[in-house]
Unconditional design. Sequence first.
Length: 579
Amino acid sequence: MYIEKVMIENFRNFRRVQFNTQEKNIIIGVNDVGKTNLLTALHKLFDYKQRNKEILDTDFHKKSINNNITICARINFEEEDLYRDILISNIKDLRKNETQNQLDIRLTYRKDDITTMEWKCYPSEDDWINIPSFGINRLLIDNIFSTEYIDPRIKIETNFKNFKNTIISDIGKDNLSELVDIEQKFTDVNSLVQELPEVGVINEKLNAQLENLDMNFEVKVQSSIGLNGVYDNLDVFMNEKGSDDNVTNYPTAGDGRKKVVEYAMHKHNIENTTRKIPITLLEEPENHLHISLQKQLSKTMFEIGIVFVTSHSAELLHEIPEGVNVIKLESKGSSIFAENACIEVPDEIQKLKQLYQREIVNAMFCSNVFLVEGYSEKIFWEFVLNEKIKTSEDRNNIYVLNIIGTDFAPYYNFLTELKINVYVRTDNDLKKSGENCNLSGINRGLDLLGEAKLPNIEETLVARNDESPDDLLTRWRISRRVFDDYNKEISLLKNKNIYLSKVDFENSLADSLFAEEEMEKKSEFIKELQQSKWHNLLSSDFASQIFDSSNLETILQSGEFEGLHNFIQSINGVCNEND
């Protein structure tokens, strides 16, 4: 059972947004795009305390009070699990037949302070019906879901008060003998306090004034320390493990430790939720936490129930589990749009899962991502973009993602589903296939678009490991001929911002830096770069030419780096000649 879809209409900065969700969800986006408002909407939908709070004019989108605020979620309970059983046991009167497996829940606020909560099951033709009451100011839905909202601010005193009261309430009062013993100790303390001379002086002075006022009564000042509020003065003290109990860090403990203690209390509440479905709304958990604590938190925060997390921290999200749904909020003009996609780690990348996760997380925070095959390309792309992008704001919104190979699909699919502007640069690889040649470079791009792959061509290649210098030159000549012969397919790829080298990255650099007749220099350049890849890219005799700002325009205008050139033009707001 999980929340399948959410729709929010006319609420705060949302005119209307709709997005798919899963059991575990991350909400990302720049500041003031509505991440907190999204959590608040869910909080109101699933928590009666929040739902019953007064709605202000400012809660209506642009104060358009003539339009209702609507918050709607679809629950999918098709799969058999504990949460499904909890849901069904509470809404069995709504279920008309065994085929029903979805429940829509809708909260509506009107300008006249009328609030309605409705639901209906699918598949069904039934209309929305009001959710039945369940106690004072509560509805039946509040007997189904338990919502834990975790504030980014430090609130350890309030949270500890609620935490200890809950624990005490759960334990009950079976410890009567202990309380009687404590009460006797309080009596002894009160007697000792009563004997203090200061207490006698206070008593004497106060009664003297009452006598002057001609009062017919007197007072007795005495100590009344007692069991009432016996737990009121409990507090959290933080000790280093293994240290003397008398040496404490509290109350001077840092915000990071206080926040971790708060998470511990919230986690206890979530883990001990019984007979209800736990929903966790976690806002910016990275606040106050060192990177190491962020990483530790990321391993545990998705363990139980339905989870929605807002975050700005790539570090926090580097170790999130597979299958987490990412919801990206983005402002376009005066409207907010939401796109979503699930992080799925392919089998072939499992061994590199942590690296994959790190790269994909860093990329998803940006609006423009360029996918390249290796570290050499990433180094060069970063250098060019630092030189050519006009504003730091635009530059900070670009990520060059090195996929370490040629399996672009998981990165490309995930990022494009989030409606991120994705460019791809890949080599025009050829692969020996029996007596023929496989056009693996072009087919790689066509596969990303779901297009049919090209058949093998009648060209003879020598296996990579057995290639002589002459065989390598033959491979390069075939690559260039393929690039010219399949112009239609290459144009199709370009239209989707997928760019193919004529041969590979090193050949493209050589072709852009040297004249056609400088074959010896070209060969030496390519050989040196390909021998040690990015190490020689930075340290070779040619590095000064490659990373020379005055050569950049020549390189970009050569046509060998058309994709990078067009990417820069699009970021800088310059129309391409082909547009």
